[in-house]
Design a protein around this ligand. Structure first.
Ligand code: 2HG
Ligand code: ZN
Length: 465
């Protein structure tokens, strides 16, 4: 049945999409049929590589007419299975759409194709004397279309906001194959529903982003990075409060002792300091004027005196800053070989210590034999919980056990009015749990919106809702 469906879809593409690059090599089907998640096996009918908006519009119109399911594929760095094609879908890769189309110095905007890699946007902005502030570990391979489709966050949200805050305009091909041009880069536009914001974070379920206009900002002043050994969760928030009230923080991240051990092992990093501690904080602060570094050191002294912090190091150069960031940014990659089961949770910032303490208790009672690592973006209330698969346990069994504990984890999250996905999206993997974070009425309205933009359910079907 699947083979028949695949052949039928392939022949539709060949007949109706003249000139479209179509690939059915097994290695490409495998690589482009999934993201970084390792819990599903890709099985697409084909991978197509459009080169223009017109080609995508035609492709979706054909898919609409013939009921062909499409899955968008960017840098494939997603962690929720949002780009998995496991049911004979056609994968639409944006790898051939990597042009920066326009830079406007007055508007401070950059207009780009969806396949441009996040890091290239940062570099291009810097060449213009400006800054694209969305930053995260996967920025070297993630693509801007995917960033927008998941409203990517990362390490600078507390200073600059989310990807959503950078999007000045979008061109989208919806599930009917029609081009929608949203907001045109306007700062002010009070002409009704802002469809741009519906597409941001929609995980490709309403339409495919085919062009984006991004707002850039002033380049940041010089900064310093500190890595601190903190004595506990309450103390971590006291440290956050003091530094955040006194300095301009551009990041405030945490990692548990276990996460520190794995990142060091994975990347061969030395101990950052002599003291061992249950949690570590990596923070970055701006130094716009002389004297800020002294103020930061005074904060550090206060933290030591209060017993919140046991030890710490501060960067003295850009190289040292980058070295300190590796302890936080390198975790995800370092633990990939352990097939981690990931949860990406958020609560209000002030609730982080109580929530994490509750969660830690819950998780320890359910997974006494599993290793659980914590890290994340404390400065915006987002925690990543990674459970490592024991070496000899089959993946299916491991996923099943983790899945059985999810209801408790998500009920607790709901009791804090938190979210079961802060920045990674819902995709395939978190879809069964959406109701822990969105009400019945919410989900019903979301279905209604989906039906408007994608009436035949061909755009990334089976994801999100
Ligand atoms: C991070 O903050 C990324 O490092 C990945 O969002 C999180 O690996 C994860 O769970
Ligand atoms: Zn993150």
């Amino acid at each position: 049945m699947t083979a028949e469906l695949k052949n039928r879809r392939l022949s539709i593409l060949k007949t109706h999409c003249a000139g479209l690059e179509i690939n059915t090599e097994p290695a490409i089907l495998e690589s482009h049929g999934c993201d970084w998640t390792r819990f599903r096996k890709p099985d697409p009918a084909a991978v197509v590589f459009p080169r223009s908006i017109d080609e995508i519009a035609n492709l979706v119109a054909v898919a609409f007419e013939h009921q062909v399911a499409l899955v968008p594929s960017g840098g494939r760095t997603g962690l929720s299975g949002g780009a998995i094609a496991d049911s004979a879908e056609v994968v639409v890769s944006f790898d051939r759409m990597r042009q920066i189309r326009d830079f406007n110095a007055v508007n401070r905007t950059l207009t780009v194709e969806p396949g441009v890699v996040t890091h290239s946007i940062q570099e291009y902005a810097a060449q213009q004397g400006l800054y694209y502030p969305v930053s995260f570990a996967a920025e070297g391979s993630s693509q801007i279309g995917g960033n927008i489709a998941t409203n990517a966050g990362g390490i600078r949200v507390l200073r600059y906001g989310l990807t959503r805050d950078r999007v000045a305009g979008l061109k989208v091909i919806d599930g009917r194959g029609e081009l929608l041009e949203c907001n045109h880069g306007l700062v002010k536009n009070a002409s009704g529903y802002d469809l741009r914001h519906l597409f941001i974070g929609s995980e490709g379920t309403l339409g495919f982003i085919v062009e984006a206009t991004l707002w850039l900002v002033d380049p940041p002043p010089p900064s310093h990075v500190m890595l601190l050994a903190v004595s506990g969760l309450e103390a971590m928030m006291d440290v956050f409060r003091l530094f955040n009230d006194t300095l301009v923080l551009s990041a405030f991240e945490c990692l548990s002792a276990a996460a520190m051990a794995y990142v060091r092992k994975g990347h061969g990093l030395p101990a950052p300091m002599d003291t061992e501690s249950p949690f570590y904080v990596v923070l970055e602060f701006e130094c716009a004027e002389p004297g800020v570094e002294d103020t930061a050191l005074q904060c550090f002294e206060k933290c030591l005196e209060a017993g919140w912090v046991e030890d710490g190091v501060i960067s003295q150069s850009e190289g040292q800053a980058a070295d300190l960031w590796r302890y936080r940014e390198g975790i995800s990659e370092a633990i990939t070989p352990y097939t981690p089961y990931k949860n990406d949770l958020s609560v209000r910032i002030s609730d982080v210590p109580a929530y994490l303490a509750d969660l830690d208790k819950l998780v320890n009672s359910h997974y006494p034999d599993f290793e659980v690592l914590w890290y994340g973006h404390v400065g915006d209330g987002n925690l990543h919980m990674n459970i490592l698969k024991p070496e000899n346990m089959p993946v299916e069994k491991f996923e099943d056990i983790c899945g059985r504990v999810n209801p408790d984890v998500f009920s607790l999250t709901r009791s804090y009015n938190g979210s079961i996905s802060a920045e990674h999206g819902i995709g395939l993997l978190k879809k069964p749990y959406l109701s822990y974070t969105r009400s019945k009425a919410d989900i019903e309205r979301m279905r209604g919106i989906k039906a408007v933009f994608d009436p035949l359910n061909i755009m990334n079907p089976g994801k999100l809702i």
